[in-house]
Design a protein around this ligand. Structure first.
Ligand SMILES: [Zn+2]
Length: 486
């Protein structure tokens, strides 16, 4: 589609919104009284979570028993479909999608909280605060990463992390914020996450690390930031790699509810929660990691559902996504074998760390002192242990020859090939072995970036049925504003 066709389509969309929505609104006012406004609004966003990520996880869980039989929001009473295109492309990035979901405005890819002409636009978080509601945001990635940043920040480019960190500190309309830490530009400026934490404290914001420190938030005076237990990490670990004691998204959701209900039980609150790393697993084309991220998002939503059970008439829960990542398809030659993924218990990133140890190279991929080059048999055993090849997953001759060739290049010719994705670099053998295993299991990745696929909007609670007519990502915050009286 050329640019003028695309712009015509965008204009047609805007016209359609005006034509369809306003009469619908007027009709409703004529026939029904306004529905009772929800007091507690939860806005759950799975970054990179398309339909196949959701149902691919559910398939895995049902076949293996290793996860919830139903991803909770697939059972919500209202389930509809939204479009996600941005003002610059039919395929959005997380910044334009975050801005659409937060402010109701279509903008260009890369933009945070500014419209297509770079003018700042306010978010549903801001609107809620203006009307006296409490506000919170939580994510598994950096607290100033694209999706959360769209709820408080304004930047022409999503990578302006220092600016966005400062904007969060200054955003007195955000009462509670949680994430790995502050993403930063330390490599250029020397100002790291701890620098911004100090700035936050100077501004009177309390900063807590890990769930042991999240106790007592209900009565804490002033704004709070809840971060990862490890102050050196600006994002949480992938769920699949987490160990007991590591911070997870559910910890943030519990902390946020404690804080927000503690301070705003009477008036109500708005709480945005992002499963931010489903996207990273999609960029890596890593099905098992993706499944575990989706299950982790489900677990965080279970915490919200427990709150809902206490306040069913006053709570609205929305679950959606910003875009799909990886072009995941389900099925290989009429079959799926999710059980082939069961024994894999680390992310591709973590398997790469282990592979570098076997290969005797450091994180810069340079040989370590006294390195012993692994044999092909050792590499084969490694792929069996961590990915299941030749153990639970058959490897045909052609594929084995391909792995053998990669081994030859990497270790006999010393020309290691790497596969780059948005957030990580993988050894070619590891990357291809995971891709092969996923394919045998019926999880076929089309590529390593976003797609323009439509997404699910799953809604439960007060005024849920109102969202049946919500057809595009920009309409969600507009609907929330109208229905929650922001
Ligand atoms: Zn992405």
């Amino acid at each position: 589609m050329n640019r003028s066709t695309f712009l015509r389509r965008l204009a047609a969309f805007a016209l359609l919104s005006a034509l369809v929505l306003i009469p619908a609104e007027a009709r409703k006012k004529a026939s029904n009284p306004e529905p009772k406004a929800p007091k507690y609004v939860f806005y759950m966003i799975g970054d990179g979570m398309g339909f196949n990520e959701v149902y691919g996880a559910q398939n895995y869980n049902q076949v293996t028993g290793d996860g919830p039989e139903y991803i909770n929001f697939t059972q919500f009473p209202v389930r509809t479909v939204i479009t996600t295109f941005s003002a610059s492309s039919l395929v959005t990035d997380s910044a334009a999608a975050g801005t659409a979901l937060a402010t109701g405005v279509k903008t260009y890819n890369g933009a945070i909280g500014v419209d297509n002409d770079h003018n700042p636009v306010n978010s549903v978080c801001y609107w809620a605060h203006q009307k006296g509601f409490g506000t919170g945001i939580a994510t598994t990635v950096g607290v100033n990463h694209a999706t959360p940043a769209a709820f408080f920040g304004h930047a022409d480019n999503r990578n302006e992390y220092d600016k966005l960190a400062t904007q969060l500190i200054e955003a007195d309309f955000v009462d509670f914020a949680a994430g790995g830490g502050f993403l930063n530009e330390a490599s250029k400026t020397g100002r790291d996450s701890k620098y911004f934490e100090d700035k936050a404290r100077e501004a009177g914001i309390a900063v807590f690390h890990g769930k042991d420190q999240f106790r007592g938030l209900a009565s804490h005076k002033g704004r709070v930031l809840c971060f990862n237990v490890d102050p050196d990490r600006t994002e949480l670990k992938y769920a699949i790699d987490q160990k007991p004691g590591d911070t997870n998204l559910s910890d943030f959701v519990r902390a946020g509810i404690d804080y927000l209900y503690g301070h705003f039980a009477e008036k109500g609150f708005f709480f945005m929660v992002e499963g931010g790393k489903i996207d990273g697993a999609g960029h890596n084309d890593d099905a098992k990691c993706n499944i575990k991220e989706t299950n982790d998002f489900h677990a965080a939503i279970d915490v919200v559902l427990a709150f809902y059970d206490q306040h069913p008439d006053e709570t609205l829960i929305l679950v959606t996504a910003d875009h799909e990542t990886g072009g995941l398809q389900l099925g290989n030659n009429y079959m799926m074998h999710p059980e082939l993924l069961k024994s894999r218990s680390f992310s591709e990133d973590e398997i790469n760390v282990k592979f570098r140890a076997l290969a005797g190279v450091g994180s810069d991929r340079k040989p370590l002192p006294g390195r012993t080059v692994p044999t092909w048999e050792q590499v084969k055993a490694f792929l069996g242990e961590y990915i299941g090849l030749w153990n639970t997953i058959e490897v045909d001759e052609k594929q084995e020859a391909a792995f053998r060739e990669m081994y030859h290049n990497a270790f006999e010719l010393d020309e290691e090939e790497v596969v780059e994705s948005l957030y990580s670099t993988s050894n070619r053998i590891v990357s291809d072995a995971i891709m092969y295993a996923d394919r045998q299991a019926g999880y076929l990745w089309t590529h390593g970036s976003h797609t323009g696929s439509p997404l699910g909007l799953y809604v439960k609670g007060a005024v849920a049925t109102e969202f049946n007519t919500c057809t595009d990502n920009t309409l969600i915050p507009q609907f929330i504003k109208r229905l929650a009286n922001y």
